[in-house]
Design a protein around this ligand. Structure first.
Ligand code: GLY
Length: 352
């Protein structure tokens, strides 16, 4: 797979990427290397990483607990404290080895430690390969509110090694697939067509194309002043749903991708009401999403609290909920508004 060049860094694929990492380490003469893992990636991914990455620098492993509920400032404090105890300095390198929680949190920890040290992302889940690890967004959640605290900071490089996908569950893969579907609907419908057709997909090709799309968008608008908002297609309602399910003890947890998939159905409905997105395609999206993800029950009583959570979305300005909507596939419009009644109707449409 060909290397993808981002602003100040590159995204390298396959085993040759570990040689690039070794070159980076020797070129920058880092004083020490820290690898941030969680319980799962320590057991299932770290052995492969150590087998493929050759260095004579000291390596320290820092382990945090797996799961979105640990993506918070307390966990960052723990990592900063351990780095301090282990003598990390400004010439240390932090390598993040894990899913979106590890790459987002690790990037934030690195970019704020001693006003910023270098970091490298090695995403191990589909979601972090195609989205979280790419594009320079780092951060943590504030309570149930997703990614409220963070900074834009680019890694020195990213390694995409699809072998790590063998270590994650089918449900996790499906979660990441929602982001690929997102790129499909907004930029390259073939991605959506491949996923919804039942053919055997080439996952590495899908990952490569998704990163190409994301990278092009980020190159145009690194700090989400405009066009980058398109990457939030499905996420405005999706994040509301995800936060609501996270904070409701009586609800079974859903993954990020499952929530975003619901968001894409609802926002397709809004697109047909507010723009000219064809109704036929709204139904086609709903059918495909329910085929892939099944149906999550959202009760009448759940809708208002979901909308209340959406009011914290970072894209909102002057308290108005801000959407990316579609005129058609591959034809989007940012900064759209929808009334609360219509948002309510769109969630009821998913549920119908
Ligand atoms: N996940 C959306 C973005 O990186 O902008």
């Amino acid at each position: 797979m060909t290397t993808i060049n981002a602003t100040t860094y590159s995204i390298h694929f396959d085993e040759k990427a570990y040689h690039e990492l070794a070159s980076l380490v020797s070129k920058n003469n880092y004083s020490s290397i820290f690898v941030l893992v969680d319980d799962n990636t320590l057991e299932h991914c770290y052995p492969r990483f150590m087998q493929l990455f050759a260095t004579d620098k000291p390596i320290e492993v820092i382990q945090i607990e797996a799961g979105e509920i640990h993506k918070n400032i307390e966990t960052c404090m723990g990592v900063w404290n351990v780095m301090t105890e282990l003598g990390a300095d400004r010439k240390s390198l932090l390598i993040t080895l894990g899913g979106g929680v590890i790459t987002d949190l690790g990037g934030f920890v690195a970019s704020t430690f001693k006003r910023g040290i270098d970091f490298v992302n090695i995403p191990t889940t589909l979601l972090s390969m195609v989205d979280a690890s790419v594009g320079g967004k780092t951060g943590v959640d504030l309570g149930v509110l997703k990614n409220q605290i963070g900074v834009f900071a680019n890694p020195e490089m990213i390694i995409i090694d699809a072998e790590y996908l063998h270590t994650v569950s089918t449900r996790e893969i499906r979660s990441g697939t929602a982001e690929i579907i997102k790129y499909g609907m907004t930029h390259d419908i073939e991605l959506f067509n491949e996923i919804r057709g039942n053919d055997q997909v080439n996952i590495v090709d899908l990952i490569h194309r998704s990163i190409e799309i994301k990278n092009e968008v980020v190159l145009e608008d690194p700090k989400e002043q405009g066009v980058r908002k398109v990457l939030n297609w499905g996420h405005t309602i999706g994040h509301g749903v995800e936060s609501y399910f996270l904070e409701s003890p009586e609800k079974e947890a859903i993954t990020h991708g499952e929530a975003i998939a619901i968001g894409m159905v609802c926002e397709a409905y809004l697109s047909s009401k507010i723009l000219d997105f064809p109704k036929k395609k709204v139904l086609e999206i709903k059918e495909a999403i329910i085929n892939i993800y099944g149906k999550v029950a959202i009760n009448e009583d759940d809708i208002q609290p979901i909308i209340a959570l959406m009011k914290h979305d970072k894209k909102n300005i002057n308290g108005e909920i801000n959407f990316v909507l579609l005129n058609d596939y591959e034809d989007f419009k940012i900064n759209c508004k929808a009334s609360e009644d219509l948002i309510q109707e769109s969630i009821a449409f998913y549920n119908s």
